[in-house]
Design a protein around this ligand. Sequence first.
Ligand SMILES: [Zn+2]
Length: 225
Amino acid sequence: MLPRSHALVSGLRTHCARVVREVLELYAPPLCPACDEPTAVHRALCALCLSGLERTSPTAVQGVLAPYAHDGTLVSLVHRAKFAASELAAQTMGLLLRDCLSEITAQFDVVVPVPLHDQRLRERGYNQSHVIAQMLDAGPVVHALARPKRTLAQARLTREDRADNVRDAFVLQNPRLVRGLRVLLVDDVVTTGATLTAAHTALLAAQPSSVHCVAVARAILRSGL
Ligand SMILES: [Zn+2]
């Protein structure tokens, strides 16, 4: 099968899985988005998964505020949001982040999600960072950036290779959406910060008033990478 056909089929399969899941959610009792055990309301974690959340530093580290460790429950949510077509998991990640940002969300004018490359967006059916951004109540979500460069998955790269991989990955496509404004730049997981740094750098060309970077979770780069 040609690569492009394969991508289309993969994207269609992902879209169908998402539609089926959303229909089931309408009629089924609410399930924990991290483990599928019954919960009280939609998008709520069960007690066990709630206990599996690990908070990190309440302040920004290397310019990025990421209130949860990429461990336990967050690993399950991120995996489901990225690879199992679970927009529900991404929404839950957004709500978790919103709860941690509630005291500062009034400080921003617009929210910019880190974009996906178009092909990856078609395969996944949605951008998990966009879904997270929508849940934050920190201002309108605007698409100031585009990601024309198809990059490798960061997870298997070294710190140095990660920076090279995403360098020049982002371009400013709508500078007027952020010019002079206080911007909240949102991603799902931060590890070395290379992706957010590259997106941040691209945004600065629009001369925003300020740019603050947040991610739901912070991962530790495994030794050897
Ligand atoms: Zn659970």
